[in-house]
Write a protein that binds this ligand. Sequence first.
Ligand code: GSH
Length: 224
Amino acid sequence: MLTIHHLEKSRSQRILWLLEELGVDYDIKFYKRDQTTSLAPPELLAIHPLGKSPVITDAGVTIAESGAIIEYLVGKYDDGRLLPADGTPERLAYTYWLHYAEGTFMPLMIVSLIMGRIDTAPMPFFVKPIARGIVSKVRNGYLDPNVQRNLDFMEASLSKSTWFCGEALTAADIQMSFAVEAAEVRTDLANQYPNIDRVLKQMRALPAYQAAIEKGGPYSLLGA
Ligand SMILES: N[C@@H](CCC(=O)N[C@@H](CS)C(=O)NCC(=O)O)C(=O)O
């Protein structure tokens, strides 16, 4: 049976959603984050050398990396519902958003998380202004303008269609769900990005999304 190695409050939540959409039977192995560092426990290193989640094992193979897992699951279990037809504009959009989520947007969210951690880390009083200065330079000179440009881009794309790749839900929307949820933690989506907010609400209204939340346990994203 397919097993998903599920780290609490993590990207593997979207793989649970995909498995629910596909109607595949699966087992969940749960992993808890370290209370202080939020990092994954060492047991995940026994599953894959990078020790991150999501990871799945299926029919004797172990697959890591959300995009690769999604391609594998869609290729093996989808009946054509979550993958646009080859050669269509929707398929090109599908490939784009599938890679964009982890290739472009999530690194910005990780930098944002790290800057937030530095900002609030305990440190000697005389180091604080230096640390704050570096954080503010990174935020003003790089992070904030890039996050805004990316959110503007997503907003403009979603103003033209119901989902990221057109009128139907695809597995690329499922991949993008974590990116949009990460953005939600840092941004007033409802007021600033109404189309991103709309798509997030559409996702959360889907029975398979809700079933995945029920199976995956409490779900909230790390802030900053
Ligand atoms: N690009 C990878 C990222 C994997 C990743 O960083 N997963 C996070 C969970 S959201 C993780 O395992 N964090 C715990 C840690 O780094 O120890 C993917 O999409 O699968």
